[in-house]
Structure formats: structure tokens, C-alpha cells
Write a protein that binds this ligand. Structure first.
Ligand SMILES: NC(=O)c1ccc[n+]([C@@H]2O[C@H](COP(=O)([O-])OP(=O)(O)OC[C@H]3O[C@@H](n4cnc5c(N)ncnc54)[C@H](OP(=O)(O)O)[C@@H]3O)[C@@H](O)[C@H]2O)c1
Length: 186
């Protein structure tokens, strides 16, 4: 059974995007990025909300010349090799390989995907992830907490969801980011 994993780079007050729509304050440095790459490597399928997909689509055509850092080239190849499911009522065509569009989020279909998949699944975009949390489908969370308070914006975790968590791992990075790895099935 594959795990459904939700990961995000957040502010200390829990936002993945500030009130101005920015998340440049959370851009991973080389050390954090290399760590994220290792977490993402086993992912076989990404479930994306349409907005998150539009951000991540950068990696389909990201420059991967020798002048790019190794962690950038590595992440581009990890992303391109995985399957993607984009949830959207508006998206006409997708411009990445290994990608299909779903017009609605069906918890039973995701449960089936988890049962059948040989590799773990990631859910991203807080609007979409909220639905997976509410349906009790998320098995693990990875938070990368940046040393900043932004005061508002888009929350990583949804309102009105209560979960007991087990801390599975933690790590501190040189730039002040803290990684927290939680399991939800307590
Ligand atoms: N902190 C970071 O590192 C980081 C990294 C990347 C991105 N971000 C930010 O994260 C944000 C993305 O999160 P978000 O919550 O705004 O958006 P999201 O969850 O990625 O996407 C929301 C969209 O997904 C589609 N969707 C959601 N539920 C659906 C359902 N049940 N059926 C069909 N379609 C569904 C809808 O698309 P349609 O409108 O097409 O129907 C909806 O507008 C972006 O603003 C981005 O800037 C942050």
C-alpha cells in the first residue's frame, strides 16, 4: 500500500504563501533542496491542485545544463519521471508528459490508487490537500519551517481538521529551516 504524503515549505505561523502571494522567503538553499530531492525521489505520482501544478510546471522545461547546480538538475529529472494528476475544472490541456486531468476529487479513487500503487503518492496545493486531509487520506506530512513569521496568507494546513500526529523525524538546516516529519495514523 502506497503512502499519501503532503509536504510544504511554510513560515513559522503556518503559511505557504504570504498575503501578497509571495513565497520567495521559503526558497530552499542547496542543502535543503538536496534533502527535499531525496524525499521526493521515491514518489511515483503527484496529485496537484491546478494552481500548484502551474507553479511546478516550471520543472518540465527547467534549464538543466552543466552550468546549473547538481540539485537543480536532479530535481528536474525526479519531477519529469513521476506521473502527475492535476485536479481542475478549468484546465484545457496539460503541457507536461505523464500527466492527466481529473475534473473532481474522488476520495474513493485516491484510496484505490493508494492500494494499487507501487510507489508513494504526494498531494500538493493546500486547496487540494485540504480535501485529502478531510477525507483522512494523508498518511504523512513533511513541513519545512522557515525562520519567518509572515502574518497571514495561504495556510499549509486546512481549518477544521483535527489530527493526532506522531513525530517520526526532525532535522535542523544551516539556514535556520527545520524539517518536521509526522505520521498521521496514531
Ligand atoms: N511555499 C511553497 O514552497 C510554495 C511552492 C509552490 C507553490 N506555492 C503556492 O501554493 C499555492 C497553491 O495552492 P492553492 O490552494 O492556491 O491551490 P491548489 O490547491 O494548488 O489549486 C486549487 C485549484 O485546484 C483545483 N481543484 C481543487 N479541488 C478540486 C476538485 N475537488 N475538483 C476539481 N478541481 C479542484 C481548482 O482548479 P480550477 O480553478 O482549475 O478548477 C482549484 O482552483 C499557489 O498560490 C502557489 O503560489 C507555494
Amino acid at each position: 500500500m502506497a503512502r499519501l504524503i503532503c509536504s510544504g515549505i511554510t513560515s513559522l505561523d503556518g503559511y505557504i504563501e504570504d498575503q501578497d502571494g509571495n513565497f520567495d522567503w521559503g526558497m530552499p538553499d542547496a542543502e535543503v533542496h538536496a534533502f527535499v530531492n531525496d524525499l521526493e525521489r521515491p514518489i511515483g505520482t503527484y496529485l496537484y491542485g491546478r494552481r500548484m501544478y502551474e507553479v511546478m510546471l516550471y520543472w518540465e522545461t527547467a534549464p538543466v545544463g552543466a552550468e546549473q547546480p547538481a540539485y537543480v538538475r536532479d530535481f528536474a529529472s525526479i519531477w519529469q519521471a513521476a506521473d502527475k494528476v492535476v485536479y481542475s475544472t478549468t484546465l484545457g490541456m496539460v503541457s507536461s508528459a505523464r500527466t492527466r486531468v481529473e475534473r473532481q476529487f474522488d476520495p474513493a479513487a485516491v484510496r484505490q490508487l493508494k492500494a494499487a500503487a507501487g510507489r508513494d503518492i504526494s498531494v500538493a496545493g493546500p486547496g487540494l490537500a485540504a480535501q485529502a486531509f478531510r477525507a483522512g487520506l494523508v498518511d504523512e506530512c513533511h513541513l519545512f519551517v522557515s525562520p519567518i513569521v509572515v502574518g497571514g496568507g495561504k495556510q499549509f494546513l486546512p481549518d477544521n481538521v483535527r489530527m493526532r500526529l506522531e513525530l517520526l523525524d526532525e532535522r535542523r538546516f544551516g539556514n535556520g529551516v527545520v524539517h518536521l516529519h509526522y505520521g498521521t495514523s496514531v
